[in-house]
Design a protein around this ligand. Structure first.
Ligand code: PLP
Length: 282
């Protein structure tokens, strides 16, 4: 298995960046995770558009042309023979002597790795989530490699037997999971997810699900929901490039609905898989 590091394909075990890389020193970088199904990249354009926006907001230059980025992704997937799994790509501001200010002349670092993975079985069985305070910074719309709050949240979830932690803002409203967007189907039948803002990462999967919901005539509302509404929900699920639409069957110590994956979640998962294996992939 190879990794891509700054223009070279190298064996994964030897792939490395410099100790003064600003990604390592300052978390001064952004990343993307794109799902691969049947050898094809799902929602690639959406992911590259988001990468472009994040790089622009942080004033990090593209490490190569977008066309070349697409080529490298395909080459690495081909070299590693990945049919189903994911590709991880990270761009940092580059390597320079440690100084908070932007370096005058540093070339951005680009690394990519792949991993094989089938769609997790829990996407069908359903998962538990816990809720924790959202302790992140105020630009959660940027997909930066500064993920310490998410690391702590996911570890706490794992230690408490849950798949994910839903982060809750100071007003008591759910923002999102540590690595996924959060959804509920309310008691009166509306699909609800928090609107895109600086408070959440606008998931590419989230955007696809909203399009699918609109096409299928599902009533949805983009608005914040609080814990009381979540506990009373008929259904709940999380979405991300790697978990697709994964039903949530327990939030803290409360069963969601009858404690099994709900009909809408299952329907959206099937529709998303069809999208992933069809027109959305390239
Ligand atoms: N929210 C956060 C904080 C994430 O880290 C992720 C993905 O890792 C998502 C949402 C889901 O985004 P996407 O659907 O683009 O994978």
């Amino acid at each position: 298995r190879d990794a891509y590091v700054n223009g070279r394909y190298v064996p994964h075990a030897q792939a490395a960046v410099h100790v003064e890389d600003r990604g390592f020193q300052f978390a001064d970088g952004v990343y993307e995770v794109v799902c691969i199904r049947n050898g094809r990249l799902i929602d690639e354009d959406g992911h590259l558009d988001r990468l472009d926006r994040c790089l622009g907001e942080l004033r990090i230059a593209w490490p190569c042309e977008r066309r070349v980025m697409r080529l490298i992704m395909r080459r690495l997937i081909g070299r590693n023979g990945v049919r189903n799994g994911l590709i991880y790509l990270q761009v940092t501001r580059g390597t320079a002597a440690r100084d908070f200010r932007f370096p005058a002349a540093a070339r951005p670092t680009l690394v990519m790795t792949t991993r094989r993975a089938a769609l997790a079985a829990n996407a069908r069985a359903g998962v538990r989530v816990i809720t924790i305070p959202d302790i992140r910074w105020k630009r959660c719309d940027l997909k930066t490699v500064g993920l310490l709050a998410q690391v702590l949240g996911k570890q706490e979830a794992a230690e408490r037997g849950a798949f994910e932690a839903w982060q809750v803002d100071e007003d008591g409203f759910v923002t999102e999971g540590t690595s996924s967007n959060a959804w509920i189907l309310t008691a009166d039948g509306a699909l609800v997810t928090r609107p895109a803002s600086h408070d959440i990462l606008n998931g590419i999967t989230r955007q696809s699900i909203l399009r699918i919901a609109a096409a299928e005539g599902v009533r949805f509302e983009e608005r914040p929901f609080d814990l009381d509404e979540a506990y009373a929900a008929r259904e709940a699920f999380v979405s991300s490039a790697t978990s697709f639409v994964t039903p949530v069957v327990r939030i803290d110590d409360r069963a969601v609905g009858d404690g099994t994956p709900g009909a809408l979640g299952r329907r959206l998962l099937e529709a998303y898989v069809a999208h992933a294996e069809g027109a959305g992939a390239s």
